[in-house]
Design a binder for this molecule. Structure first.
Ligand code: GLU
Length: 468
Protein backbone atom coordinates (compact mmCIF):
# COMPACT_ATOMS: atom_id res chain seq x y z
CA UNK A 1 0.00 0.00 0.00
CA UNK A 2 1.23 3.43 -0.81
CA UNK A 3 -0.35 5.18 2.12
CA UNK A 4 2.01 3.94 4.80
CA UNK A 5 4.88 5.75 3.13
CA UNK A 6 3.10 8.90 2.05
CA UNK A 7 2.19 11.91 4.13
CA UNK A 8 -1.02 11.59 6.12
CA UNK A 9 -3.90 13.41 4.45
CA UNK A 10 -7.32 13.46 6.07
CA UNK A 11 -10.53 15.21 5.21
CA UNK A 12 -13.79 16.42 6.62
CA UNK A 13 -16.52 16.20 4.01
CA UNK A 14 -19.74 17.65 5.39
CA UNK A 15 -22.93 18.09 3.40
CA UNK A 16 -24.31 21.58 4.07
CA UNK A 17 -27.88 20.35 4.26
CA UNK A 18 -28.60 21.34 7.84
CA UNK A 19 -26.80 23.20 10.58
CA UNK A 20 -23.78 21.23 11.64
CA UNK A 21 -24.13 19.97 15.22
CA UNK A 22 -21.74 18.50 17.77
CA UNK A 23 -22.18 14.97 16.44
CA UNK A 24 -21.11 16.15 12.98
CA UNK A 25 -18.22 18.32 14.07
CA UNK A 26 -16.61 15.38 15.86
CA UNK A 27 -16.08 14.01 12.35
CA UNK A 28 -13.96 17.11 11.73
CA UNK A 29 -12.11 17.00 15.04
CA UNK A 30 -10.66 13.50 14.67
CA UNK A 31 -9.30 13.84 11.13
CA UNK A 32 -7.95 17.27 12.09
CA UNK A 33 -6.22 15.82 15.16
CA UNK A 34 -4.91 12.84 13.25
CA UNK A 35 -3.40 15.10 10.60
CA UNK A 36 -1.88 17.34 13.27
CA UNK A 37 -0.54 14.38 15.26
CA UNK A 38 1.19 13.01 12.18
CA UNK A 39 2.47 16.17 10.56
CA UNK A 40 -0.16 15.66 7.88
CA UNK A 41 -2.63 17.73 5.92
CA UNK A 42 -6.28 18.30 6.80
CA UNK A 43 -8.61 18.99 3.89
CA UNK A 44 -12.11 20.49 3.98
CA UNK A 45 -14.49 19.45 1.26
CA UNK A 46 -18.05 20.70 1.11
CA UNK A 47 -20.33 18.06 -0.42
CA UNK A 48 -22.94 20.39 -1.80
CA UNK A 49 -24.24 18.44 -4.79
CA UNK A 50 -27.71 18.15 -3.28
CA UNK A 51 -28.57 21.61 -4.57
CA UNK A 52 -32.08 21.57 -3.16
CA UNK A 53 -31.09 20.82 0.41
CA UNK A 54 -27.74 22.63 0.54
CA UNK A 55 -27.57 26.22 1.69
CA UNK A 56 -25.00 28.96 2.11
CA UNK A 57 -26.16 29.43 5.71
CA UNK A 58 -25.27 25.83 6.46
CA UNK A 59 -21.85 26.31 4.80
CA UNK A 60 -21.30 29.39 6.95
CA UNK A 61 -22.06 27.46 10.14
CA UNK A 62 -19.52 24.81 9.09
CA UNK A 63 -16.83 27.38 8.38
CA UNK A 64 -17.55 29.48 11.46
CA UNK A 65 -17.84 26.45 13.72
CA UNK A 66 -14.54 25.00 12.52
CA UNK A 67 -12.82 28.35 12.80
CA UNK A 68 -14.13 28.86 16.31
CA UNK A 69 -12.86 25.45 17.39
CA UNK A 70 -9.48 26.06 15.77
CA UNK A 71 -10.01 23.27 13.22
CA UNK A 72 -8.98 25.33 10.22
CA UNK A 73 -8.19 23.21 7.17
CA UNK A 74 -4.78 23.22 5.51
CA UNK A 75 -6.47 22.86 2.12
CA UNK A 76 -9.93 23.85 1.01
CA UNK A 77 -12.76 24.41 1.35
CA UNK A 78 -13.28 22.63 -1.94
CA UNK A 79 -16.83 22.59 -3.22
CA UNK A 80 -18.07 19.59 -5.15
CA UNK A 81 -20.36 21.79 -7.24
CA UNK A 82 -17.24 23.47 -8.60
CA UNK A 83 -15.71 20.14 -9.60
CA UNK A 84 -18.37 18.97 -12.03
CA UNK A 85 -16.05 19.15 -15.04
CA UNK A 86 -13.61 16.88 -13.30
CA UNK A 87 -16.31 14.30 -12.48
CA UNK A 88 -17.51 14.36 -16.08
CA UNK A 89 -13.96 13.81 -17.26
CA UNK A 90 -13.61 10.73 -15.05
CA UNK A 91 -17.02 9.45 -16.15
CA UNK A 92 -15.93 9.72 -19.79
CA UNK A 93 -12.68 7.94 -18.99
CA UNK A 94 -14.55 5.12 -17.22
CA UNK A 95 -16.91 4.68 -20.17
CA UNK A 96 -13.92 4.63 -22.51
CA UNK A 97 -12.11 2.02 -20.48
CA UNK A 98 -15.18 -0.17 -20.05
CA UNK A 99 -15.26 0.42 -16.29
CA UNK A 100 -18.76 1.85 -16.61
CA UNK A 101 -21.58 1.59 -19.11
CA UNK A 102 -24.75 3.32 -20.22
CA UNK A 103 -27.96 1.78 -18.99
CA UNK A 104 -31.17 2.57 -20.86
CA UNK A 105 -33.57 0.83 -18.55
CA UNK A 106 -36.55 3.15 -18.16
CA UNK A 107 -38.05 4.01 -14.81
CA UNK A 108 -41.11 1.89 -15.67
CA UNK A 109 -38.89 -1.11 -16.43
CA UNK A 110 -36.94 -0.60 -13.22
CA UNK A 111 -40.18 -0.44 -11.23
CA UNK A 112 -41.44 -3.62 -12.88
CA UNK A 113 -38.14 -5.37 -12.12
CA UNK A 114 -38.31 -4.29 -8.52
CA UNK A 115 -41.89 -5.53 -8.21
CA UNK A 116 -40.99 -8.92 -9.65
CA UNK A 117 -38.05 -9.27 -7.29
CA UNK A 118 -40.04 -8.23 -4.28
CA UNK A 119 -42.79 -10.72 -5.19
CA UNK A 120 -40.16 -13.44 -5.39
CA UNK A 121 -38.81 -12.30 -2.01
CA UNK A 122 -35.51 -11.27 -3.59
CA UNK A 123 -33.54 -8.17 -2.67
CA UNK A 124 -34.37 -5.55 -5.32
CA UNK A 125 -31.29 -4.97 -7.46
CA UNK A 126 -30.38 -4.06 -10.98
CA UNK A 127 -30.25 -7.19 -13.12
CA UNK A 128 -27.41 -6.23 -15.46
CA UNK A 129 -29.54 -5.95 -18.61
CA UNK A 130 -27.27 -3.29 -20.12
CA UNK A 131 -24.02 -4.56 -18.69
CA UNK A 132 -21.76 -5.41 -21.60
CA UNK A 133 -20.18 -8.87 -21.49
CA UNK A 134 -18.17 -10.51 -24.18
CA UNK A 135 -20.43 -12.50 -26.43
CA UNK A 136 -23.58 -10.92 -24.97
CA UNK A 137 -25.96 -9.08 -27.30
CA UNK A 138 -27.33 -5.91 -25.73
CA UNK A 139 -30.90 -4.77 -26.42
CA UNK A 140 -31.49 -2.13 -29.09
CA UNK A 141 -30.93 1.36 -27.70
CA UNK A 142 -34.34 2.99 -27.13
CA UNK A 143 -34.60 6.53 -28.49
CA UNK A 144 -36.88 7.75 -25.74
CA UNK A 145 -34.65 7.00 -22.73
CA UNK A 146 -31.72 9.14 -21.56
CA UNK A 147 -29.28 6.65 -20.13
CA UNK A 148 -27.76 6.61 -16.66
CA UNK A 149 -24.18 5.51 -16.26
CA UNK A 150 -23.57 2.44 -14.12
CA UNK A 151 -20.36 1.24 -12.59
CA UNK A 152 -19.34 -2.28 -13.61
CA UNK A 153 -19.09 -3.77 -10.16
CA UNK A 154 -17.23 -7.06 -9.64
CA UNK A 155 -19.73 -9.93 -9.63
CA UNK A 156 -17.98 -12.62 -7.65
CA UNK A 157 -15.79 -12.61 -4.58
CA UNK A 158 -15.95 -10.10 -1.79
CA UNK A 159 -14.54 -6.82 -0.65
CA UNK A 160 -13.11 -6.23 2.80
CA UNK A 161 -11.18 -3.72 4.84
CA UNK A 162 -9.72 -3.50 8.30
CA UNK A 163 -11.69 -0.73 9.87
CA UNK A 164 -9.76 1.14 12.56
CA UNK A 165 -12.86 1.23 14.74
CA UNK A 166 -14.91 -1.80 13.78
CA UNK A 167 -12.26 -4.29 12.83
CA UNK A 168 -12.53 -6.38 9.69
CA UNK A 169 -15.63 -5.76 7.59
CA UNK A 170 -16.43 -7.85 4.57
CA UNK A 171 -19.20 -7.57 1.96
CA UNK A 172 -19.95 -10.22 -0.59
CA UNK A 173 -19.89 -8.70 -4.06
CA UNK A 174 -23.17 -10.30 -4.98
CA UNK A 175 -24.81 -7.91 -2.50
CA UNK A 176 -23.68 -4.95 -4.59
CA UNK A 177 -25.36 -4.29 -7.90
CA UNK A 178 -24.04 -1.98 -10.59
CA UNK A 179 -24.22 1.42 -8.96
CA UNK A 180 -25.51 4.43 -10.89
CA UNK A 181 -22.61 6.87 -11.00
CA UNK A 182 -24.27 9.46 -13.25
CA UNK A 183 -27.98 10.23 -13.47
CA UNK A 184 -29.91 10.55 -16.72
CA UNK A 185 -29.32 14.31 -16.69
CA UNK A 186 -25.58 13.67 -16.53
CA UNK A 187 -25.01 14.70 -12.90
CA UNK A 188 -22.63 12.45 -11.01
CA UNK A 189 -23.85 10.66 -7.89
CA UNK A 190 -22.67 10.81 -4.33
CA UNK A 191 -20.45 7.72 -3.97
CA UNK A 192 -18.72 8.44 -7.25
CA UNK A 193 -17.88 12.07 -6.37
CA UNK A 194 -16.51 11.00 -2.98
CA UNK A 195 -14.15 8.55 -4.67
CA UNK A 196 -12.91 10.99 -7.32
CA UNK A 197 -12.32 13.58 -4.61
CA UNK A 198 -10.58 11.18 -2.24
CA UNK A 199 -8.27 10.19 -5.10
CA UNK A 200 -7.61 13.73 -6.33
CA UNK A 201 -7.08 15.00 -2.80
CA UNK A 202 -4.78 12.03 -2.09
CA UNK A 203 -6.66 11.16 1.09
CA UNK A 204 -4.83 8.49 3.11
CA UNK A 205 -7.24 8.15 6.05
CA UNK A 206 -11.01 8.42 5.85
CA UNK A 207 -12.40 9.08 9.33
CA UNK A 208 -16.17 9.51 9.20
CA UNK A 209 -19.49 8.49 10.69
CA UNK A 210 -20.49 4.86 10.57
CA UNK A 211 -23.59 5.71 8.57
CA UNK A 212 -21.17 5.40 5.64
CA UNK A 213 -20.12 1.81 6.26
CA UNK A 214 -22.49 0.58 3.57
CA UNK A 215 -21.02 3.00 1.04
CA UNK A 216 -17.48 1.86 1.67
CA UNK A 217 -17.50 -1.41 -0.36
CA UNK A 218 -18.85 0.49 -3.36
CA UNK A 219 -16.28 3.22 -2.93
CA UNK A 220 -13.47 0.69 -2.64
CA UNK A 221 -14.56 -0.97 -5.90
CA UNK A 222 -14.60 2.33 -7.78
CA UNK A 223 -11.24 3.31 -6.29
CA UNK A 224 -9.68 0.04 -7.38
CA UNK A 225 -11.24 0.27 -10.84
CA UNK A 226 -9.53 3.66 -11.15
CA UNK A 227 -6.21 2.11 -10.19
CA UNK A 228 -5.97 3.15 -6.55
CA UNK A 229 -5.67 1.27 -3.33
CA UNK A 230 -8.23 2.25 -0.68
CA UNK A 231 -7.28 4.58 2.16
CA UNK A 232 -7.42 3.51 5.80
CA UNK A 233 -11.01 3.71 7.06
CA UNK A 234 -12.19 4.55 10.56
CA UNK A 235 -15.97 4.59 10.91
CA UNK A 236 -17.02 6.39 14.06
CA UNK A 237 -20.02 5.27 16.07
CA UNK A 238 -22.94 7.63 16.24
CA UNK A 239 -23.25 10.36 18.83
CA UNK A 240 -26.52 10.03 20.72
CA UNK A 241 -28.43 12.91 22.24
CA UNK A 242 -29.44 13.04 25.88
CA UNK A 243 -32.51 10.89 25.18
CA UNK A 244 -30.45 8.16 23.55
CA UNK A 245 -31.55 9.01 19.99
CA UNK A 246 -29.15 9.63 17.14
CA UNK A 247 -28.12 13.25 17.43
CA UNK A 248 -29.83 15.16 14.67
CA UNK A 249 -31.34 18.50 13.98
CA UNK A 250 -34.72 16.81 13.81
CA UNK A 251 -34.19 15.63 17.38
CA UNK A 252 -33.34 19.12 18.60
CA UNK A 253 -29.55 19.12 18.21
CA UNK A 254 -28.19 22.64 18.26
CA UNK A 255 -25.78 24.14 15.73
CA UNK A 256 -22.14 24.13 16.79
CA UNK A 257 -22.14 27.92 16.77
CA UNK A 258 -24.82 27.86 19.49
CA UNK A 259 -22.13 26.72 21.94
CA UNK A 260 -19.81 29.50 20.77
CA UNK A 261 -22.63 31.97 21.45
CA UNK A 262 -23.18 30.40 24.87
CA UNK A 263 -19.58 31.31 25.65
CA UNK A 264 -17.89 27.93 25.89
CA UNK A 265 -14.13 28.13 25.47
CA UNK A 266 -13.09 26.48 22.21
CA UNK A 267 -10.50 24.36 24.01
CA UNK A 268 -13.16 23.13 26.44
CA UNK A 269 -15.34 22.15 23.52
CA UNK A 270 -12.46 20.36 21.80
CA UNK A 271 -11.74 18.56 25.07
CA UNK A 272 -15.37 17.57 25.52
CA UNK A 273 -15.85 16.45 21.90
CA UNK A 274 -12.62 14.51 21.87
CA UNK A 275 -13.97 12.23 24.58
CA UNK A 276 -17.13 11.43 22.61
CA UNK A 277 -15.62 8.37 21.00
CA UNK A 278 -11.97 8.36 21.95
CA UNK A 279 -10.08 8.00 25.21
CA UNK A 280 -6.65 8.26 26.71
CA UNK A 281 -6.82 6.18 29.87
CA UNK A 282 -8.95 7.97 32.44
CA UNK A 283 -7.86 11.45 31.39
CA UNK A 284 -10.81 13.81 31.28
CA UNK A 285 -9.36 17.31 31.23
CA UNK A 286 -6.55 18.16 28.85
CA UNK A 287 -5.35 20.89 26.56
CA UNK A 288 -5.62 20.93 22.80
CA UNK A 289 -1.87 20.28 22.48
CA UNK A 290 -2.08 17.34 24.82
CA UNK A 291 -5.00 15.92 22.84
CA UNK A 292 -3.11 16.18 19.57
CA UNK A 293 -0.08 14.55 21.13
CA UNK A 294 -2.16 11.64 22.41
CA UNK A 295 -4.56 11.18 19.53
CA UNK A 296 -4.36 8.05 17.42
CA UNK A 297 -6.82 5.74 15.74
CA UNK A 298 -6.14 2.86 18.12
CA UNK A 299 -8.20 4.25 20.97
CA UNK A 300 -11.41 5.10 19.19
CA UNK A 301 -14.47 3.79 21.01
CA UNK A 302 -16.63 1.10 19.48
CA UNK A 303 -19.91 2.04 21.10
CA UNK A 304 -22.06 5.09 20.59
CA UNK A 305 -21.18 8.05 22.79
CA UNK A 306 -23.91 10.08 24.42
CA UNK A 307 -24.03 13.84 24.64
CA UNK A 308 -24.38 15.08 28.19
CA UNK A 309 -24.87 18.77 28.79
CA UNK A 310 -23.96 18.53 32.49
CA UNK A 311 -20.64 16.94 31.56
CA UNK A 312 -20.04 19.63 28.96
CA UNK A 313 -20.64 22.28 31.61
CA UNK A 314 -18.25 20.54 33.95
CA UNK A 315 -15.54 20.39 31.28
CA UNK A 316 -16.30 24.03 30.45
CA UNK A 317 -15.85 25.01 34.10
CA UNK A 318 -12.55 23.12 34.40
CA UNK A 319 -11.18 24.98 31.38
CA UNK A 320 -12.36 28.33 32.73
CA UNK A 321 -10.37 27.60 35.90
CA UNK A 322 -7.30 26.55 33.93
CA UNK A 323 -7.29 29.47 31.53
CA UNK A 324 -5.01 32.42 32.33
CA UNK A 325 -6.86 35.53 33.46
CA UNK A 326 -5.12 37.54 30.78
CA UNK A 327 -6.39 35.16 28.09
CA UNK A 328 -9.92 35.19 29.47
CA UNK A 329 -10.07 38.98 29.65
CA UNK A 330 -10.47 39.74 25.91
CA UNK A 331 -13.04 36.95 25.53
CA UNK A 332 -15.03 38.29 28.45
CA UNK A 333 -14.63 41.84 27.10
CA UNK A 334 -16.37 40.65 23.95
CA UNK A 335 -19.27 39.29 25.99
CA UNK A 336 -19.40 42.48 28.06
CA UNK A 337 -19.62 44.34 24.74
CA UNK A 338 -22.78 42.35 24.03
CA UNK A 339 -24.16 43.53 27.36
CA UNK A 340 -23.48 47.12 26.27
CA UNK A 341 -20.16 47.70 28.05
CA UNK A 342 -17.70 48.74 25.37
CA UNK A 343 -13.94 49.16 25.53
CA UNK A 344 -13.36 47.23 28.73
CA UNK A 345 -9.85 45.87 29.10
CA UNK A 346 -6.67 45.96 31.16
CA UNK A 347 -5.35 44.44 34.34
CA UNK A 348 -8.48 45.26 36.32
CA UNK A 349 -10.58 43.16 33.97
CA UNK A 350 -8.05 40.30 34.19
CA UNK A 351 -8.24 40.51 38.00
CA UNK A 352 -12.02 40.33 37.84
CA UNK A 353 -11.78 37.25 35.64
CA UNK A 354 -9.42 35.67 38.16
CA UNK A 355 -11.81 36.34 41.01
CA UNK A 356 -14.98 34.96 39.39
CA UNK A 357 -13.86 32.38 36.83
CA UNK A 358 -14.07 29.47 39.30
CA UNK A 359 -17.83 29.90 39.41
CA UNK A 360 -18.43 29.83 35.67
CA UNK A 361 -18.63 27.30 32.86
CA UNK A 362 -18.62 29.92 30.10
CA UNK A 363 -17.41 33.41 29.31
CA UNK A 364 -21.06 34.50 29.07
CA UNK A 365 -21.60 33.53 32.70
CA UNK A 366 -18.42 35.30 33.68
CA UNK A 367 -19.56 38.46 31.88
CA UNK A 368 -22.88 38.24 33.71
CA UNK A 369 -21.02 38.28 37.00
CA UNK A 370 -18.86 41.21 35.93
CA UNK A 371 -21.84 43.21 34.65
CA UNK A 372 -22.19 44.74 38.15
CA UNK A 373 -18.80 46.43 37.74
CA UNK A 374 -19.75 48.26 34.58
CA UNK A 375 -23.39 49.23 34.92
CA UNK A 376 -26.08 50.03 37.46
CA UNK A 377 -27.33 47.18 39.64
CA UNK A 378 -30.75 46.54 40.96
CA UNK A 379 -31.20 44.12 43.82
CA UNK A 380 -34.39 42.11 44.11
CA UNK A 381 -37.03 43.25 46.59
CA UNK A 382 -36.67 39.91 48.31
CA UNK A 383 -32.91 40.19 48.80
CA UNK A 384 -33.30 43.72 50.07
CA UNK A 385 -35.99 42.68 52.53
CA UNK A 386 -34.07 39.66 53.81
CA UNK A 387 -30.61 41.17 54.08
CA UNK A 388 -30.77 44.98 54.23
CA UNK A 389 -32.63 45.02 57.55
CA UNK A 390 -33.24 47.89 59.92
CA UNK A 391 -30.61 46.31 62.20
CA UNK A 392 -27.97 46.34 59.43
CA UNK A 393 -28.62 49.86 58.14
CA UNK A 394 -26.61 51.90 60.68
CA UNK A 395 -23.60 49.60 60.15
CA UNK A 396 -23.92 49.94 56.38
CA UNK A 397 -23.89 53.72 56.62
CA UNK A 398 -20.92 53.61 58.98
CA UNK A 399 -19.08 51.28 56.64
CA UNK A 400 -19.64 53.69 53.78
CA UNK A 401 -18.03 56.45 55.80
CA UNK A 402 -15.08 54.25 56.81
CA UNK A 403 -14.47 53.03 53.27
CA UNK A 404 -14.57 56.59 52.01
CA UNK A 405 -11.66 57.30 54.31
CA UNK A 406 -9.38 54.26 54.01
CA UNK A 407 -5.91 55.40 52.97
CA UNK A 408 -5.53 52.96 50.08
CA UNK A 409 -8.26 51.22 48.07
CA UNK A 410 -7.29 47.55 48.26
CA UNK A 411 -8.59 44.29 49.73
CA UNK A 412 -6.64 44.41 53.05
CA UNK A 413 -7.73 47.99 53.81
CA UNK A 414 -11.32 47.14 52.93
CA UNK A 415 -11.19 44.10 55.19
CA UNK A 416 -9.92 46.24 58.05
CA UNK A 417 -12.70 48.75 57.54
CA UNK A 418 -15.31 45.97 57.60
CA UNK A 419 -13.84 44.45 60.77
CA UNK A 420 -13.75 47.78 62.54
CA UNK A 421 -17.40 48.39 61.57
CA UNK A 422 -18.42 44.95 62.87
CA UNK A 423 -16.68 45.58 66.18
CA UNK A 424 -18.19 49.02 66.52
CA UNK A 425 -21.72 47.69 65.91
CA UNK A 426 -21.31 44.40 67.79
CA UNK A 427 -22.09 42.40 64.69
CA UNK A 428 -20.73 39.27 63.08
CA UNK A 429 -19.66 38.98 59.45
CA UNK A 430 -22.77 36.99 58.32
CA UNK A 431 -24.99 39.78 59.65
CA UNK A 432 -23.33 42.43 57.50
CA UNK A 433 -21.60 40.89 54.48
CA UNK A 434 -24.77 39.70 52.66
CA UNK A 435 -26.27 43.17 53.03
CA UNK A 436 -23.11 44.74 51.57
CA UNK A 437 -23.24 42.27 48.70
CA UNK A 438 -26.89 42.92 47.96
CA UNK A 439 -26.40 46.69 47.88
CA UNK A 440 -23.15 46.78 45.92
CA UNK A 441 -23.44 43.64 43.75
CA UNK A 442 -27.21 42.96 43.76
CA UNK A 443 -26.46 39.40 44.84
CA UNK A 444 -26.36 37.88 48.30
CA UNK A 445 -23.42 35.61 47.46
CA UNK A 446 -20.08 36.47 45.91
CA UNK A 447 -16.44 35.49 46.35
CA UNK A 448 -14.59 37.11 49.24
CA UNK A 449 -16.23 40.49 49.86
CA UNK A 450 -13.03 42.52 50.31
CA UNK A 451 -11.61 41.32 46.97
CA UNK A 452 -14.94 41.85 45.23
CA UNK A 453 -15.26 45.43 46.54
CA UNK A 454 -11.66 46.32 45.76
CA UNK A 455 -12.33 45.91 42.04
CA UNK A 456 -15.06 48.57 42.06
CA UNK A 457 -14.14 52.24 42.03
CA UNK A 458 -14.28 53.39 45.64
CA UNK A 459 -16.91 56.02 44.84
CA UNK A 460 -19.26 53.36 43.44
CA UNK A 461 -19.08 51.25 46.58
CA UNK A 462 -19.60 54.22 48.85
CA UNK A 463 -22.54 55.49 46.83
CA UNK A 464 -24.24 52.07 46.65
CA UNK A 465 -23.84 51.56 50.42
CA UNK A 466 -25.22 55.01 51.14
CA UNK A 467 -28.27 54.28 49.05
CA UNK A 468 -29.42 51.71 51.65
N1 GLU B 1 -20.95 14.20 3.10
C1 GLU B 1 -21.04 13.08 3.96
C2 GLU B 1 -21.85 13.45 5.18
O1 GLU B 1 -22.01 14.62 5.49
C3 GLU B 1 -19.70 12.57 4.43
C4 GLU B 1 -19.00 11.82 3.37
C5 GLU B 1 -17.71 11.18 3.80
O2 GLU B 1 -17.15 11.53 4.84
O3 GLU B 1 -17.25 10.35 3.04
O4 GLU B 1 -22.34 12.57 5.84
Amino acid sequence: MTISTSRVRTRFAPSPTGFIHLGNIRSALYPWAFARANGGVFVLRIEDTDAERSSQEAVDVILEGMHWLGLDPDEGPFYQMQRMDRYKQVLAQMLDEGLAYRCYMSQAELDALRERQTAEKLKPRYDGTWRPESGKALPAVPQSVSPVIRFRSPISGSVAWDDKVKGRIEFSNDELDDLIIARADGTPTYNFCVVVDDIDMAITHVIRGDDHVNNTPRQIHILRALGHEPPVYAHLPTVLNEHGEKMSKRHGAKAVTHYRDEGYLPDAMVNYLSRLGWSHGDDEIFSRDQFVEWFNLDHLGKSAAQFDEAKLRWVGAQHMKLTDDALLAPLVAEQLGRLGHEAVSGQRLANMCGLFKDRCATTVELAQWLDMYFGAVSASEEDLAVHVTAAARPALTALAVRLDGVPSWDAPSIQQAIKATLTEHGMKMPQLAPAVRVLVCARAQTPSIDSVLSLFPRATVVARLRAN
